[in-house]
Design a protein around this ligand. Sequence first.
Ligand SMILES: NC(=O)c1ccc[n+]([C@@H]2O[C@H](COP(=O)([O-])OP(=O)(O)OC[C@H]3O[C@@H](n4cnc5c(N)ncnc54)[C@H](OP(=O)(O)O)[C@@H]3O)[C@@H](O)[C@H]2O)c1
Length: 338
Amino acid sequence: MAINAAVVGATGYTGQELIDILLGHPNVRLTGLYSTTDEPKAISTLVPKFAKRTELVCKKLDIPEVTARSEVVFLALPHTQAMDVVPALLKAGKLVIDLSADYRFKDLRAYEKAYNLKHRDKANISKAVYGLPELYRAKIKTAKLIANPGCYSTCAILALAPIVAAGSVDLDFMIVDAKSGTSGAGKKAVLESLFNEVDEDFRAYKVNNHQHMPEINQELAKLAGEKMEIIFVPHLLPLRRGILETVYLKTNKKLTTEDALALYRKFYKGEPFVRIKDKGFPCIKDVSHTNFCDIGIEVFGKEIVIIAAIDNLLKGASGQAVQNLNIMMDYPEDAGLL
Ligand SMILES: NC(=O)c1ccc[n+]([C@@H]2O[C@H](COP(=O)([O-])OP(=O)(O)OC[C@H]3O[C@@H](n4cnc5c(N)ncnc54)[C@H](OP(=O)(O)O)[C@@H]3O)[C@@H](O)[C@H]2O)c1
């Protein structure tokens, strides 16, 4: 059975990816596109790559219209804006998949500290399910509100979940060295993302101070069964898309590379979008424009290196959002994504 879907934030980077996927999705009818535009405009005028693919018009966000035309709403809005829209959508009985950070945190204070603001929809936080299928598939199936994970967070949690859950690592020493392409920051014009600033350069930013760090800590703590804090160092790559994260750990067990690989293969058995490399390490080119997360592992005595790569706009955002829709609707999990 096909479902009517709307994308709010259709002209942004993740919104465009959503349109791309949903136009080719066998079970979805795209019925509404919304942004800040004052006048309705063909999406192909605003985003020319959609010419001859769809005649849909992008309009200014209007909640009664969204609820009249769609059963599921993807929110690809800047964080802090989704929380003003979600209550009305849930009240109207819509399924909501929010790509922003607004409903990812169970600890309100952690959210308010990370994003430096007050939450305006506390009532719905407990209803949100963290949309990482590899950990929460059963809860996603019955959820009405999905808090789609952050891009860095998806990559780090998938890289670490099996070994943290197995209790095989020193929780006091966990370094995540993360690198992202510039589309991770969205399309707004900021000096640091300009071509002349990024090209032929490679730099760290928000060292151990990035908003995805408490989100990663929240999820890993659930797996570890105790509070924990990673060291997280993000870097900006001179690339448009893709994330690669190198994780450094110490093990408290006698573990070989083969043992670690076997642990990961078992944890992710049957997962359609996680690929464990038998040999070597992932690279961005292998996951770019896909919904896959590739993971490679090497154990050196007591030290472990894990490398994971995703496309920030797909497994880190819009691809994962559609994977969540597929689970909620009982569609094949890879529908529209391969
Ligand atoms: N980029 C990534 O790799 C990534 C990964 C994971 C999660 N996310 C999250 O996904 C969300 C979207 O990110 P993005 O990178 O796609 O952002 P973006 O490129 O900056 O796009 C934002 C979109 O929201 C629209 N918008 C802004 N305010 C609006 C309003 N009040 N009403 C209606 N539409 C409004 C913009 O419309 P106009 O074009 O009219 O301004 C634009 O379409 C963010 O919360 C981000 O944190 C992003």
